[in-house]
Design a protein around this ligand. Sequence first.
Ligand code: NDP
Ligand code: MG
Length: 388
Amino acid sequence: MNARKISILGSTGSIGRSTLDVVTAHPGKFDVVVLAAYSNTELLADQCRRFRPRYACLVDSSKINELRSRLGDLKVELLAGKEELVKLAGLDEIDLVVNAVVGAAGLLASLEALKKGKPLALANKESLVAGGPLFPEIIKKSGGKILPIDSEHSALWQSLTAGKKDEVRRLIITASGGPFRHLAADKFDAITPARALDHPTWKMGPKISIDSATLANKGLEVIEAVALFDMPVEKVSVVIHPESIVHSMVEYIDSSIIAQLSSPDMRLPITYAMFWPDRMPSEFGRLEIEQLSGLTFEPPDLQKFGALRLAFEVAKKGGTAPAVFNAANEVAVESFLSNSIKFTEITDIIDRAVETIDLVSRPELEDILEADRWARELAHQIVESSTC
Ligand code: NDP
Ligand code: MG
């Protein structure tokens, strides 16, 4: 079999680097044609030297000359700007697109890849959260397919092969609970970015690490599951599982629960998505089950972690509500990371945005982009008035 031609959007991030590990672990299986990042010229140049893509794209065009000089006389076509990223996602010669961009900035690239009928290995959950209502029609027309990389959705996808859709009682998404599971709610105001970034079981990029600390990440994943598997939110539950070994489960109508287990290593779900429908010999995430001392589960505390409660409400509202939730959260997380707001204000900002939304129930792309713009503006206003 010829090597599959792939593009990796967000190649310099945590998932992007893990994807390149998977490529390296399977010599001859993939030909990296596109590498794209936002502004990290040093790492992108280094990746270009190692993987020799035909195209390298930097979304921050002000850094393109820096990238050019780092690459010297290496033969690679350089592109700059967000429009180029989107074009590259739909490039004819590509067999598989990996979207590992962070935030709703990845949405248009996801849509473009699917419009062109490509398989899309999707880490960028914000695409599905913000643009959920847009995907079914595009996929129906083009024959494109979403191959989820998010570990919980990979686990659900794998567990869903054990039965039929109408035999599913519920999808059970596991959550580690983040670093503040045991911290009293009245101590949340004092949480610093450094503490929130220190996740107990996963090493990830900064945005998703903060999302995991507020449980907004689990909220995004609930909305992602609703969109991805076309399930009503009433059939989606979240359970806290601090060991991060069971990555999610499907409960069927006969009360059987089917789960997927592994050590927490994103390279396993990435491998599964990249080789689907086949399974490849691989050691990433291998679990010595004999060494496990126990697996524990408990319900989430929706009072303490209001972002998760809000996500369930937003998933029920549908339409542009998830786009607003997501955009407000993105601004709030950036503001927390730059010490402009307190940890607790992240959830407050999401709450204000979803309370004041002017909901569009059956949105087109324009409505979603407008909801995203509006929520960002509102969130920025709230941040500016913060006393932090
Ligand atoms: P990182 O912050 O580590 O990496 C983000 C990547 O996206 C970088 O390559 C970055 O480039 C690029 N990027 C940032 N902003 C833009 C933009 N506006 N346009 C285009 N590219 C951009 O994030 P993660 O790898 O942690 O997460 C990526 C996605 O995967 C997120 O949606 C996250 O929720 C999801 N995910 C991540 C998991 C993990 O373990 N990390 C697990 C499950 C899902 P540069 O380096 O130049 O800034
Ligand atoms: Mg996840």
